[in-house]
Design a protein around this ligand. Structure first.
Ligand code: SF4
Length: 210
């Protein structure tokens, strides 16, 4: 049970239910290959059946952590932060992004777009999920659209979602990890026919890093 003071700090974004934080290489999407400090915040109700971080879903399992402590750790390592989850937009991210920008750290987020997004972002990676679609307000803000391809039907979903983002949004198709053998050849063929799309692979999993 969270006490009133802690809840107030969470509401202000001065505390966040931190699941894990680690310095690694961004494995996916547009910034693949770049070193970044990952901040994984607990809590998600989007419910993707193939989710590889189901442990993140219940925010109560992840201790409210002072955002300033997270920022102190970031400063030791990185020039770029990736805020991910869970679904990080469930939380107030104004404080963390303001603090990171003050010390000239680039702020990136990976979100399903299912909640109103707070914070100031240098890069928004929108990864829509059919189980809880993005709010309309997020589409024009997305720098990158990343569609996880689980079945052939996801190509149609990808095009529907791409019709909603801005013209400069980078478009990526990424095979869901457990279906990669089946779906990767189909994605290769699709991207060759539709070169506005690029392939994103989970290179961190091939490299065996977090
Ligand atoms: Fe998992 Fe992300 Fe889907 Fe949430 S949105 S269930 S964290 S894959």
């Amino acid at each position: 049970m969270i006490d009133k003071h802690t809840q107030q700090l969470i509401n202000k974004g001065e505390m966040l239910p931190l699941m894990e934080e680690f310095y690694t290489i961004q494995g996916e999407g547009f910034h693949s290959g770049k070193a970044a400090y990952f901040i994984r915040i607990g809590g998600c109700d989007v419910g993707c059946h193939w989710c590889d971080v189901k442990e993140s879903w219940n925010a109560d399992l992840h201790p409210p952590t002072l955002t300033n402590n997270i920022i102190t750790n970031v400063k030791k390592h990185a020039k770029t932060v990736v805020v991910t989850g869970g679904e990080p937009s469930m939380w107030n991210l104004d404080y963390i992004t303001k603090s990171l920008k003050k010390i000239h750290i680039k702020t990136h987020i990976e979100t399903s777009g299912a909640y109103h997004l707070t914070g100031k972002w240098d890069w928004i990676c929108l990864s829509p999920k059919k189980t809880k679609l993005p709010l309309p307000t997020i589409y024009p803000k997305a720098n990158e659209l990343k569609i996880i391809v689980v079945t052939k039907n996801d190509f149609k979903f990808a095009e529907e979602q791409a019709s909603k983002v801005s013209d400069n949004c980078e478009l990526f198709l990424q095979p869901e990890w457990s279906k990669r053998k089946k779906m990767t050849p189909l994605i290769v063929e699709y991207v060759m026919k539709n070169p506005q799309w690029k392939i994103s692979l989970q290179t961190h999993k091939y490299l065996n890093i977090p």
